[in-house]
Design a protein. Structure first.
Length: 106
């Protein structure tokens, strides 16, 4: 019974991760209509994130557009994506190895 209570209160780590994944999956899939407050919350999350991403990738944007600056920003994005993908791949591999170790041998 305590396990059920902890899951309801989002204290157990896998449950918090599962609940957050379910939330974003439902938002992305659009299975449930969002209220005005929820739309506003998403706006507050995404707009500053996009503005920050543009400011990081294209710091010279105030000087005007040039193809060279654009390529520089794209290269920064590509490098960041590769770093993130390598990290996520290592994390996935680590989790799979830990899962294999936990399985009982027959």
């Amino acid at each position: 019974m305590q396990d059920v209570e902890l899951r309801q209160r989002n204290i157990v780590f896998p449950d918090t991760a599962n609940n957050q994944a379910r939330l974003w999956r439902n938002v992305i899939d659009g299975h449930q209509d969002l209220s005005t407050v929820q739309w506003f919350g998403l706006f507050l999350i995404y707009v500053p994130s996009i503005v920050a991403l543009i400011a990081i990738l294209f710091p010279d944007i105030a000087d005007g557009f040039s193809f060279r600056r654009f390529l520089s920003g794209v290269m920064r994005l590509a490098i960041a994506a590769v770093v993130i993908l390598v990290f996520m791949g290592a994390l996935t591999l680590s989790c799979r190895r830990a899962e294999i170790k936990r399985k009982p041998h027959h």
